[in-house]
Design a binder for this molecule. Sequence first.
Ligand SMILES: [Mg+2]
Ligand SMILES: [Zn+2]
Length: 220
Amino acid sequence: MTRAVVFIDFDGTISPVDISNTFFTRFAGRDAADAVEQWKQGLISSCKCLERELDAFEGDIESLREFAREQPIDKGFYALREECLRWQVEVIVVSDGLDFYIEAFFARYGLDVCLFSNRLEVVGGHRKLEFPYHNAECGACGNCKSSHVERAKQVGKFIVYIGDGLSDKCAVGKADLVFAKGDLEAYCTKHGIPHVAFENLTQVTEHLKSLDIGTPLSKR
Ligand SMILES: [Mg+2]
Ligand SMILES: [Zn+2]
């Protein structure tokens, strides 16, 4: 195994569409759209935002899975995975969304990935939200991505982080190499966090190819 590990966001990054926020804004009530707006302004945590989105949605939650299956993928993700496999670099998907629709999305594209996210269980029609990676010190995230990055850092990994949004804020300060687009790029620029701007994952893979992240530390 090499020294590097690649962490990558899901909504807006692997899936160019922010699936859950788009779904709830479009199909749930006004309060769901307000919740997303307040979350973007940092007024409520993503736990609260997800709770309100789910409460505002009265339809069959199964339709969120259907919606996810219909969304496009950044095709560059396939090559990124293949190169990482060749370099023996682990790829870890970290999301502040829900396993419920993310797993449906990956199954649709025939991809088996390592995923850390929040969870939604539907038992007898009752919806139950779970935040197994909640970090009390942070308070803003449901799944605080910084703790996953921190764990890899502690065993000496070189952290590559790829993301597009506000849910990536906690993680990027701890990464060694950040690829950012969208709101995350604006955030990194504003806070002086070094980053490589990107538009799609093909560009990220090309950039990584030019580095030697696949080389074990002992051979550098
Ligand atoms: Mg995102
Ligand atoms: Zn956090």
